[in-house]
Design a protein around this ligand. Structure first.
Ligand code: FES
Length: 512
């Protein structure tokens, strides 16, 4: 099962009108600068602008085209790592607060859809967690989740709904969750709030943020001075303590056409022995699709990536009559060490706010972050600010993951530097192949395209010096330490790195 690279694209975007915002090219002062124009950044811009603040949003590519446009469009109160797990780690009170914040965030989205008449097909649907008759275990997990959901105040049923698409063994259903088109929502929200007091810019990479009073946000063609800066970039750009406490993961998703009809509208989470698969139907003017999200893998781990893709395709073909695979994409996520996001001031006296660690639950957490950070900036009390405070210290809950994550970073650094490919011959690189190697004394990431063109960049990640690994499926260089990803020309695709992979100084590639 090889990925058809012609299918590599997200299912969203065919119906979304693309608003056109200019690139930033001036020096201005504002109240709040927001770095990142996904659901987190645009929702925060909405909330702050409504509260009377002047806002500038700087998006590196197009509004909603980052992680938001690679999500599944599912909105739900439960969490990927399970409510029962949250309760075990943090107790009943915190569980209730997390669920309350997520319920409020879904309501916020629904209110914006109504306020602006956004045609993003927002609809309330049930959420199901289930095992099928082929599973020999899983009942305990489902029962624990049922108990935790009830404790959190959610309505839960364990009846098997009519027309369920798979042979269910155990199931719980939480009604009143939601689905929408995340790209249409974010773009139309941006279009509606754009004004002289809420300026939105696209194709504007932020090169640096100086955490001062005021903060300085540098771009290639101008500078923003702002009293506060919000890093709405999925993981904060630059170096922050929270990077040491988060794992960077990716997950493949597919949108396929089925031979038969689509299942009823719902969020379906299938808890299998090997992983969880998230399933949703999507009906659009371009046709009917089943969207399925597979198991996650660590960024920069080549073997895991292939396996993750293959297991997703095998799962789909084993459980559904697939007529054709139409879209394949991967989405990145960052998991907080204690299974909670980091939302708020990065450190006590900073003027920079961060919103990260959303795991695979980012549309809802991103919206909750907008509500929390906009309250903090206004000086309002927010009921959930403490729950997600990035300066929280929960050693018992976080210790294992923090140790593992930093052990992993140290291991990657050591392994990659100790066992770095000693070969110096670019001429051995075949068409379609990529390698990290030493050329003229420099550590180089080399890729030869199918047409024989050689692309050379430094293999040293500019974030904190790890060695990048080849991502054969997405044709990119990925850093296993904190998830920065780069194009074959070295440009930053995502992650905490500000700078591109540099061009080698001595190696010209002439040895081809
Ligand atoms: Fe941190 Fe590469 S992303 S070292």
């Amino acid at each position: 099962m090889k990925v058809d690279k012609n299918k590599l694209a997200s299912v969203w975007g065919k119906e979304a009108q693309k608003p056109v915002f200019n690139a930033f090219s001036q020096d201005i002062e504002t109240d709040v600068a927001i770095v990142g124009g996904g659901i987190t950044g645009i929702s925060t811009a909405y909330a702050l602008n409504r509260a009377g603040f002047d806002v500038v949003v700087l998006e590196a590519s197009e509004i909603g085209r980052g992680t938001t446009g690679y999500s599944t469009g599912n909105l739900y109160a439960p969490v990927d790592s399970r409510l029962a797990e949250l309760e075990k780690k943090h107790g009943e009170e915190l569980l209730k607060e997390v669920v309350a914040s997520r319920v409020a965030a879904i309501d916020f989205i629904e209110q914006r859809v109504k306020e602006f008449g956004i045609a993003c097909d927002f609809r309330r649907v049930p959420w199901h967690l289930f095992t099928t008759t082929e599973e020999t275990n899983g009942r305990e997990e489902i029962l624990h989740e049922q108990r935790a959901a009830l404790t959190a105040g959610l309505e839960v049923s364990s009846r098997v709904p009519a027309g369920f698409p798979l042979p269910v063994k155990d199931v719980i259903t939480i009604p009143g969750q939601a689905q929408f088109d995340p790209l249409i929502y974010t773009r139309e929200l941006a279009q509606n709030i754009h004004s002289s007091r809420c300026q939105i810019f696209e194709n504007t990479k932020v090169l640096d943020v100086l955490d001062k009073n005021p903060c300085i946000v540098k771009t290639a063609n101008g500078t923003v001075k702002a009293k506060q800066v919000i890093m709405a970039t999925h993981t904060p750009k630059g170096i922050y303590l929270v990077h040491a406490a988060m794992e960077a993961k990716r997950e493949f998703a597919m949108a396929v056409r089925l031979k038969g009809p689509l299942p009823n509208s719902a969020v379906y989470w299938h808890a299998t022995r090997e992983s969880q698969f998230s399933i949703r139907p999507y009906r659009s003017s371009a046709g009917d699709f089943l969207i399925v999200l597979g198991r996650s893998y660590a960024v920069g781990k080549e073997n895991q990536m292939e396996k993750s893709y293959q297991s997703l395709e095998a799962y789909l073909r084993a459980h559904f009559e697939v007529a054709s695979i139409e879209y394949v994409w991967a989405a990145q996520n960052y998991r907080g060490a204690d299974h909670l996001p980091y939302i708020g001031k990065s450190i006590g006296n900073s003027n920079v706010y961060i919103a990260t660690g959303f795991a695979a639950d980012g549309l809802v957490y991103g919206t909750a972050a907008a509500m929390i950070i906009s309250d903090l900036i206004q000086g309002n009390k927010n009921p959930w600010a403490k729950v997600y405070d990035p300066t929280r210290f929960t050693p018992a809950a976080s210790a294992k993951t923090v140790l593992n994550e930093n052990f992993n970073v140290g291991k990657e650094l050591l392994k990659d530097y100790l066992f770095y490919d000693r070969s110096t011959e670019l001429s051995t690189l075949k068409n379609g192949e990529a390698k990290v190697l030493t050329v003229d004394g420099e550590k180089v990431a080399a890729y030869r395209s199918d047409t024989g063109k050689l692309h050379l960049v430094s293999s040293v990640c500019p974030h904190m010096g790890c060695i990048v690994h080849w991502n054969d499926i997405e044709t990119s260089w990925d850093c296993p330490c904190h998830g920065s990803r780069f194009s074959i020309e070295g440009e930053v695709l995502e992650g905490p790195a500000y700078k591109a992979l540099s061009k080698p100084v001595n190696s010209t590639g002439n040895s081809q």
